[in-house]
Design a protein around this ligand. Structure first.
Ligand SMILES: *Cc1c(COP(=O)(O)O)cnc(C)c1O
Length: 387
């Protein structure tokens, strides 16, 4: 019988060494030895399996990737040094000059920079589509379109994309469906179930979950991952074995952490929704979310991130942040510690005002990544900062 999600996350392990260790050790080695000249030749020719060099593979990165594949329910994957390396490899490793990408308008800030400032230098173009009007996506398709790049829930607007619709759309137009699943994690949502060919994670966020290390992964169809592996092997965005070890151990607690993140986020969103000083509270599992039904359909829980707005705009948002006593003011998310971010002046400050407006980032928008502290302490700090 297929093991349950948390069991897979805990029990998948690299083979034990002669020491019969229970917890997998860190393989801090840049290279591996060959039994003979012939063995070395066979490894390089791909005629036999085995580790050669940690830029290509390593027991720790392999274990981390195997776990992600088991959790996302896909066949193959590749670990990278950061989430952005995963995004970059998934684009540059597959696309050719002349190709075109359709992307959701509200993608992560650096993904936006890759699409608008870097790929055009190699004649790879893009069209942003409005995720709230999927019927308009048809107009964006060109003969050169090869990929549909999506993020759901979006950062920071927490808009959802109907993944079933996206899967059907990508199949109909023969597009590679590439989904950044960072906000949801495989515990809440598995895009491959809807036909995603590639699933990307910034493991820096909820997968590590403790704000310690950068990391990323691309997982999906073996024929695509094979091309990405070739690209990564020769361009070098490899994840360090130590970070892979940290991330692999983190996956063992992903389920319990996500359940608490989501419980705290929902309680905080409910509190804010009733507070007279804030407006526009958005959280996928809050019944007032415009896509609440879709969220219930495609996500197990609502995630760890919520946003809200101030009528007083930029100044009101900054005043709230400066009054916080316990919560962290930072740009990260998915940590044990609750983090408050002002996207317009930090994570999305490189966008033009026009681009920010299109992505739904108003001057008063505040994003909170609910941590694992006691919910009463989180709410108490938010409440006193709103006084
Ligand atoms: C943080 C993030 C990334 C980038 O990941 P890094 O690990 O910081 O490189 C990509 N996509 C989303 C949705 C993110 O939140």
């Amino acid at each position: 019988m297929k093991k349950r999600f948390e069991t897979r996350a805990i029990r998948e392990q690299a083979a034990r060494s002669e020491h019969r260790e229970h917890s997998v050790p860190v393989y801090l080695t840049s290279s591996f030895t060959f039994d003979s000249a012939e063995h070395g030749q066979a490894l390089f020719a791909g005629e036999t399996e085995g580790n050669v060099y940690s830029r290509y593979s390593n027991p720790n990165t392999d274990e981390f990737v195997r776990k992600i594949c088991l959790l996302e329910e896909v066949e193959d994957g590749l670990a990278t040094a950061s989430g952005m390396a995963a995004v970059y490899v998934s684009l540059a490793g597959l696309l050719n000059s002349g190709d075109h990408i359709i992307a959701a308008r509200a993608v992560f800030g650096s993904t936006h920079q890759i699409l608008t400032r870097i790929l055009p230098r190699w004649n790879i173009s893009h069209t942003y589509v409005d995720i709230s009007r999927p019927e308009s996506w048809e107009d964006a398709v060109r003969p050169q379109t090869r990929m549909l790049f999506l993020e759901s829930p979006s950062n920071p607007g927490l808009e959802l994309i109907d993944l079933e619709f996206a899967g059907t759309f990508a199949r109909r137009h023969n597009l590679i469906l590439n989904v950044d699943n960072c906000f949801a994690t495989p515990y809440l949502q598995r895009p491959a179930e809807y036909g995603a060919d590639l699933v990307i994670h910034s493991a820096t966020k909820f997968i590590d979950g403790q704000g310690r290390t950068l990391g990323g992964v691309v997982a999906g169809k073996p024929e695509l991952i094979e091309q990405l592996r070739f690209f990564a092997r020769h361009t070098g965005p490899a994840l360090s074995p130590f970070n892979a070890w940290v991330l692999s151990k983190s996956l063992e607690t992903l389920t319990v952490r996500m359940e608490r993140h989501c419980e705290n986020a929902l309680k905080l969103a409910t509190f804010l929704d009733q507070h007279p000083k804030v407006t526009g509270v958005r959280y996928p599992f809050l019944p007032s979310h415009p896509q609440y039904d879709l969220a219930r359909r495609q996500m197990t829980l609502g995630g760890g991130v919520l946003v809200f707005d101030f009528d007083g705009g930029f100044d009101a948002a900054r005043r709230f942040i400066d009054r916080l006593q316990m919560l962290s003011i930072s740009s990260n998310l998915g940590d044990t510690r609750t983090i408050v971010t002002h996207p317009a002046s930090t994570t999305h400050s490189k966008l033009t005002e026009e681009e920010r407006r299109a992505a739904g980032i108003t001057p008063g928008l505040v994003r909170i990544s609910a941590g694992l502290e006691h919910i009463d302490d989180i709410i108490a700090d938010v409440e006193q900062a709103l006084m």
